[in-house]
Design a protein around this ligand. Structure first.
Ligand SMILES: *[C@@H]1O[C@H](CO)[C@@H](O)[C@H](O)[C@H]1NC(C)=O
Ligand SMILES: *[C@@H]1O[C@H](CO)[C@@H](O)[C@H](O)[C@H]1NC(C)=O
Ligand SMILES: *[C@@H]1O[C@H](CO)[C@@H](O)[C@H](O)[C@H]1NC(C)=O
Length: 464
């Protein structure tokens, strides 16, 4: 009897252990994984297609994406979507992704969790499209180059996709910008054809399989990094939105060695300073006016503005070409019509709808600050941005202001072109405040007038 009870107890305990060890990771497996790593610019873009099957008993509500700690720190964006509808009517529904922690993460693995639209029942499969972006993940090697050298960089990753799940079948394609590949780690089967490296197919790899690779290749793409960008967007109910942008731009590629020869640079275009950049393109709204571009010396007249009905393009040309390690500081300013960006959501409630991110194409921003200066008398500001940003409030005084203006401050690190999406700042506004500035003007004039009359009177009475 006691033995029977004991064996029942053992059975019970072992069952308990089994169910408690069934962490969300164990029930899923990846049937098929395809990865594409795009190394053609200085921003690393990775696309993953994961066909996931639930082999466990419990329905799964989330899928984990794993990253080595070094990569996690350079993630600028992680997006996931699931295909809905069939064949012709197929479309993608975005899924929520959030950084998350796991109790037993081998080798410091970091995670994002993807929340599924519907729980995945036992035996069911779903296909996720994942897109993530890494910044500053191409390491120039050699770290210093002469003016006539091409720029070579290292990229580190794993031939096998890092995952907490078993992967049945997988393959990776790496796209590189040129035919000049100095070396790449072989993990059989792997081969190169032109500007593509193929890793896999690999079959039946267990959870957390990892196989480090290094790719050493030529990449002369402009490594344009804005170390700091401050954009001030000032709303004046008197007809325009004034935008002022302060840039601290750097060339983050291999450092320039030796002296810069302008003669060599100009006589051998395409053969000298191939990784340097002379100009950048900023995309501004269609109806911009009063555009200026200046640095601490003064106006730079070599900029060019092209406008059509959809957008305006400002070609920015710093005073000297930028080589690796060089920096340039400048300011761009412009006005845009109020009616294009400010809308009334309800009587007394307005919102600004403007673009987040950096208007210069193909740049990374280390630290972006956006300051939205609301009109005087605005109340209850609130912000809608589709990703996490730091928010705070400030007050700004300019002449004619009685109480100062509320400034909504948004800060974000590691910003890439994919962050150039609309954001909204809502606020309440009483139109009576529109009269504040003219009233101030009128009363100032009136006071001056009264003062001069008084002065004249005093003057006259003294002469008598
Ligand atoms: C952790 O890293 C070591 C050394 O790189 C490796 O040998 C080991 O397999 C890794 N462990 C796991 C669980 O990934
Ligand atoms: C710079 O250019 C702007 C716009 O073209 C102009 O208003 C301003 O007076 C110029 N400033 C100087 C110092 O030339
Ligand atoms: C903001 O503007 C964009 C176009 O620039 C538009 O697609 C979007 O719907 C607008 N958002 C709101 C909330 O009005």
């Amino acid at each position: 009897m006691a033995a029977a009870i004991f064996s029942l107890f053992v059975l019970f305990v072992s069952l308990l252990i089994e169910t408690s060890s069934a962490s969300p990771a164990t029930g899923l497996q990846i049937v098929h994984a395809e990865r594409q790593i795009d190394l053609t610019s200085h921003i690393v873009r990775v696309y993953l297609t994961l066909k996931i099957e639930n082999t466990g008993d419990a329905p799964a509500t989330e899928v984990l994406l794993a990253f080595p700690p070094a990569q996690f720190d350079h993630l600028a964006l992680v997006k996931a979507a699931v295909a809905v509808g069939k064949k012709r009517k197929k479309s993608f529904a975005p899924l929520e992704t959030n950084p998350t922690e796991q109790p037993e993460a081998p080798n410091g693995t970091k995670y994002y969790s993807v929340s599924l639209l519907n729980p995945l029942a036992k035996g069911e499969t779903t296909t996720l499209e994942v897109h993530y972006i890494l910044t500053q993940s191409l390491e120039p090697f050699p770290a210093e180059i002469a003016q006539s050298d091409p720029q070579l960089v290292y990229y580190h990753d794993s031939a096998i996709i890092l995952s907490p799940y078993h992967i049945v079948h997988q393959a990776t394609v790496v796209k590189i910008p040129s035919n000049n590949v100095q070396s790449f780690t072989q993990v059989e089967p792997s081969h190169r054809s032109g500007t593509e490296l193929r890793y896999g197919p690999y079959e039946e790899r267990g959870p957390y399989s990892y196989s480090p690779i290094i790719i050493h290749f030529e990449n002369n793409h402009p490594f344009a990094v804005v170390e700091e960008l401050e954009r001030e967007i000032e709303i004046s109910h008197w007809g325009s939105v004034q935008v002022t942008e302060h840039y601290k731009l750097a060339h983050a590629g291999a450092k320039h060695r030796g002296v810069f020869s302008r003669v060599e640079y100009q006589s051998r275009p395409g053969g000298s300073g191939v990784s340097s950049f002379k100009h950048l393109l900023a995309e501004l709204p269609p109806r911009v006016h009063s555009v200026y571009y200046r640095d601490n010396i003064g106006n730079i007249s070599s900029s060019r503005l092209r406008t059509n009905s959809k957008k305006s393009e400002l070609l920015i040309e710093p005073r000297y070409p930028l080589f690796g390690g060089w920096k340039a500081t400048f300011i761009i300013g412009y006005g845009v019509p109020l009616k294009d960006f400010l809308f009334e959501s309800a009587p007394g409630a307005r919102f600004l709808n403007y673009s987040f991110g950096c208007p210069i194409a193909d740049t990374i921003v280390d630290k972006l600050t956006i300051k939205v200066v609301l009109p005087e008398g605005s109340k209850d500001p609130s912000v809608e941005v589709p990703f996490v940003v730091e928010q705070s409030l400030e007050t700004k005084y300019s002449y004619l202001d009685v109480m100062g203006r509320t400034v909504v401050v948004l800060e974000k690190k590691n910003v890439v072109p994919e962050h150039n999406v609309p954001f909204q700042v809502h606020y309440k506004f009483n139109p009576i405040f529109m009269l504040a500035e003219p009233l101030m003007l009128v009363s100032t004039f009136f006071l001056l007038f009264a003062a001069s009359i008084a002065y004249l009177h005093v003057d006259l009475s003294l002469r008598k």
